[in-house]
Design a protein around this ligand. Structure first.
Ligand code: CA
Ligand code: CA
Length: 189
């Protein structure tokens, strides 16, 4: 029996409400992030179309109080994929903040977060010719180690809100909930 011979189920499929794909859909929303940034999981992400070397990409992100994007789970990878696809349908390479430039094979994120997730293409990282120390997401949005001087667009990720006015007392953003609420440190002691 053709599934779409059942009117109700056919309608669900058309709306994308049935099946596992409904669980992986993500949307691009600004949320509490600055203009031209997009929110996901309490972080702010920005697509930058300028093609530059990996270090220049990281420096650009740092100038925005951010770093090249660090990716920590499949859901975040799917969000970054959608962000890139929103601006570039060619599925070309884009820098992410992963590098083994300090020690071969010791991959680290530029924002200092733990290397707890990877999405390497099956034959990567291959450190081709001994000169590939910077990670790009490309093609099927799996990762490849690339020469760091390649000129690629990139994605920045802000670890905390960059658009908030800090109060007088030391405070930190409510990072977990992702809302633009500043909580005085003393309330967490
Ligand atoms: Ca390498
Ligand atoms: Ca490679």
């Amino acid at each position: 029996m053709n599934l779409c011979s059942v009117g109700f189920l056919c309608g669900l499929l058309a709306l994308g409400l049935a099946g596992p794909l409904a669980d992986v859909s993500v949307s691009l929303q600004r949320g509490a992030c600055p203009l031209f940034w997009y929110e996901h999981g309490g972080g702010c992400y920005k697509y930058v179309s300028s093609r530059v070397a990996w270090a220049d990409a990281e420096l650009h992100c740092m100038s925005l109080d951010a770093h090249l994007v660090a990716i920590h789970n499949l859901h975040e990878m799917e969000f970054v994929t959608q962000l890139i696809e929103n601006f570039d349908l060619t599925k070309g390479g884009h820098w992410i903040g992963f590098s083994d430039g300090h020690q071969e094979g010791a991959w680290m994120w530029t924002d200092g977060s733990p290397p707890d997730f990877t999405n390497w293409s099956p034959t990567e990282p291959n450190n081709e010719y001994g000169h590939e120390h910077c990670a790009e997401t490309y093609d099927t949005f799996q990762w490849n180690d690339q020469v760091c001087t390649a000129a690629l667009p990139f994605v920045c990720k802000a670890r905390e809100r960059t658009d908030l006015v800090m109060p007088q007392k030391p405070s930190r953003a409510s990072w977990i909930t992702g809302y633009s609420v500043l909580i005085p440190l003393e309330t967490h002691r």
